[in-house]
Design a protein around this ligand. Structure first.
Ligand SMILES: [Zn+2]
Ligand SMILES: [Zn+2]
Length: 249
């Protein structure tokens, strides 16, 4: 037996279809049959498509020829995932379970996209294993993060931006705070995804690493409720406040 990840119905294996790394029953499959539109087909000959959700506009990458669906949108047949509801509770989200799930998924996608921000490229789409359904266990399987070269228009798979990670940052994505360490491009990537920089501190890389680890031990995850006091100066007292460099005017 298999279980449909969207409505949790248990079915014989031959009655489920693989969609976006997971198994869906026939009614759930048809609920999203016209959801995704192809934006880029096999860029550079890669066995990948970049698609866009017609419901919310979020993009994703997917293996060419595979069935997929939006990383964010649930549907009328979806049932709540207790693990995601637990995250929503911790983040003190006040929407319906579906709104909360979609907000968590959308924020997770933005945080992933921010990692790939780099000058000269427009980040187009990524693929996060487990979305739009499951909490926590963001697994490592992915069809990659893709971007377009601003000069040549070429679409290709991107690598994480590299560079000295000497910044400890706190940014706000709507109702959610996210802290982390990274370089200037990482913070710029969050801002490009719509985050507001709350505080950005610059320090020696080792000190930033230690400070980030202390914050992670305190708060357990890097995504916390907007009411959580996240005190960057407490863990990095010698940090230099460079927030102004990242605030949009
Ligand atoms: Zn189903
Ligand atoms: Zn969508």
């Amino acid at each position: 037996m298999k279980q449909c990840i969207n409505c949790m119905t248990r079915l014989p294996r031959r009655e489920v279809t693989e969609v976006a790394w997971c198994a869906l029953c026939a009614p759930c499959l048809s609920a999203v049959s016209d959801q995704m539109k192809v934006l880029h087909d096999r860029p550079g000959g890669a066995a990948v498509q970049i698609l866009q959700c017609g419901w919310c506009g979020v993009t994703r990458s997917c293996g060419a020829g595979s069935r997929t669906r939006c990383l964010v949108c649930l549907d009328d047949r979806s049932v709540p995932d207790p693990a995601v509801q637990k995250i929503a509770g911790r983040l003190e989200l006040d929407g319906t379970w579906r709104e909360n799930s979609e907000l968590i998924a959308a924020t997770t996608v933005k945080i992933r996209l921010a990692k790939y921000f780099q000058p000269g490229w427009t980040v187009l789409a990524t693929d996060v294993h487990g979305l739009p359904w499951t909490g926590f266990r963001w697994l490592t399987k992915s069809h990659g993060t893709w971007g377009r070269n601003d000069e040549t228009g070429e679409v290709q798979q991107l690598k994480h931006s590299r560079g000295e990670e000497n910044l400890l940052y706190l940014v706000r994505y709507g109702k959610v705070l996210k802290f982390g360490r990274g370089n200037a491009e990482r913070v710029g990537g969050h801002v490009a995804q719509g985050a507001v920089p709350v505080l950005v501190l610059s320090a020696a890389r080792q000190d930033v690493t230690v400070a980030r680890d202390r914050l992670k031990r305190l708060h357990r995850t890097e995504m916390v409720s907007q009411r959580t006091p996240v005190d960057l100066f407490a863990v990095l007292p010698d940090g230099l406040d460079v927030t102004d460099r990242y605030s949009r005017s």
